[in-house]
Design a protein around this ligand. Structure first.
Ligand SMILES: [Zn+2]
Ligand SMILES: [Zn+2]
Length: 239
């Protein structure tokens, strides 16, 4: 099976990644990716771009590259009631919205508070994917979150960078996530979360986790560009 969409990537614009958008697109194309999402960090991430950067994203000609590009954002979850740092940016600027907890912008609370935060985020119809909920330092009760994500058409991310990067230690969490996604027919996405072009489209570390779980292919969004567009349209995105 081919996985032809990478829904989560960063560029030098966030000040802690190392490649340009053009470099990411070239690497994606070489790796056989057919659709790329560019999802820069939200404005509360330390050294994030200024507000006028997000407005400027509309000037990127998304259909003029060698593969289609979706402009999105990785918004920061700020608190237990699910506030996102993209709240004062117009929704129409982003056609793919990831909501993630990061150490820099969210305190690790108890599992019940983290779970409440994610459940609240799932009430936000603009959110398309929960990012790296495997993070070992943010305990989460996965079952209610994934059950609700399935109902709200929100993807659960299997983030390749988690396995070898800053969130090391979340593999057991991903195994649990796979069990509940399967149980509740929740759609999932493989992502690279690449901060360097050479990692774009690389899912090698998370794929075995889904394979071990005998995970149904039809619940993986990355297999078909049309399926991804249809998913986005269902969520009200103008693509
Ligand atoms: Zn993240
Ligand atoms: Zn990211």
């Amino acid at each position: 099976m081919k996985y032809v969409i990478d829904p989560h990537t960063h560029t030098i614009a966030c000040n802690h990644a190392f490649s340009t958008l053009e470099e990411n697109i070239q690497c994606a194309k070489q790796r056989g990716i057919e659709l790329l999402c560019y999802t820069e960090h939200g404005p509360r991430m330390p050294y994030a771009p200024p507000d006028w950067y997000y407005e400027g994203l509309s000037m990127i000609p998304s259909d003029k590259f060698s593969i289609p590009l979706i402009i999105g954002i990785e918004a920061n979850i700020l608190d237990e009631i699910g506030t996102l740092d993209s709240f004062d940016l117009p929704e129409k600027w982003f056609n793919f919205v990831i909501a993630s907890m990061h150490k820099h912008t969210y305190q690790p609370f108890e599992a019940c508070s983290n779970t409440d935060a994610l459940l609240a985020v799932l009430d936000n119809a603009n959110v398309d994917m929960l990012g790296h909920i495997d993070a070992p330092y943010f305990a989460v009760d996965y079952e209610p979150v994934i059950k609700k994500a399935a109902k709200s058409n929100t993807l659960i991310e299997f983030n390749n960078a988690s396995v070898h990067g800053v969130r090391k230690g979340g593999i057991e969490n991903m195994r649990q996530m796979a069990v509940f996604c399967k149980k509740y027919d929740c759609m999932v996405a493989l992502s690279s979360d690449a901060h360097l072009c050479h990692n774009v489209g690389v899912f090698d570390d998370v794929l075995p986790i889904l394979q071990e779980a005998n995970f149904p292919q039809e619940l993986i969004i990355n297999t078909d560009v049309d399926k991804f567009f249809s998913f986005l349209r269902t969520n009200g995105k103008n693509v």
